[in-house]
Design a protein around this ligand. Structure first.
Ligand code: NI
Length: 137
């Protein structure tokens, strides 16, 4: 585990005041933790742009009563079986299902899977939560 280093930054005073308000509002224990999170966020953005292996969750809400929909969504996931690590199905209520599909792979393939799921008729909501495999964070 690498050690901590201190460094100084020169920044516009008003920008720092604004940042410190955000740090407070978001409940960060220290400014250092907030800055480290910003840097990590940038690294994850670069991982997605650079085509390196990433991790993500695809979250869907869909109509339980729609004929064959559950089977269609499962078939799409089988097309990407190399990506899919796990999936969880939650019966939200009598009519609605929520499904979380956890994936790991190249960003373009992950986005392709998410887009195919999203475009399926009967899917009410689908969102891709971009994450990282964590190695460089
Ligand atoms: Ni269900």
């Amino acid at each position: 585990m690498p050690g901590l280093v201190r460094f100084s930054v020169s920044i516009d005073e008003r920008l720092l005041e604004r940042f410190d308000r955000q740090v407070l509002e978001k409940g960060y224990p220290t400014r250092s933790k907030a800055i480290a999170d910003l840097i990590r966020g940038n690294i994850v953005t670069d991982e997605w742009k650079g085509g390196r292996e990433v991790a993500a969750a695809v979250i869907m809400v869909y109509d339980h009563h729609r004929r064959n929909l559950s089977n269609r969504l499962t078939a799409i996931q089988h097309d990407y079986h190399n990506l899919v690590i796990s999936s969880q199905h939650i019966h939200l209520d009598h009519d609605n299902c929520l499904e979380i599909v956890v994936v790991r792979g190249k960003p373009a393939k992950v986005a392709e899977l998410a887009n195919r799921l999203k475009a399926t008729k009967g899917v009410k909501y689908c969102s891709l939560a971009a994450a990282s495999t964590g190695g460089d964070l």
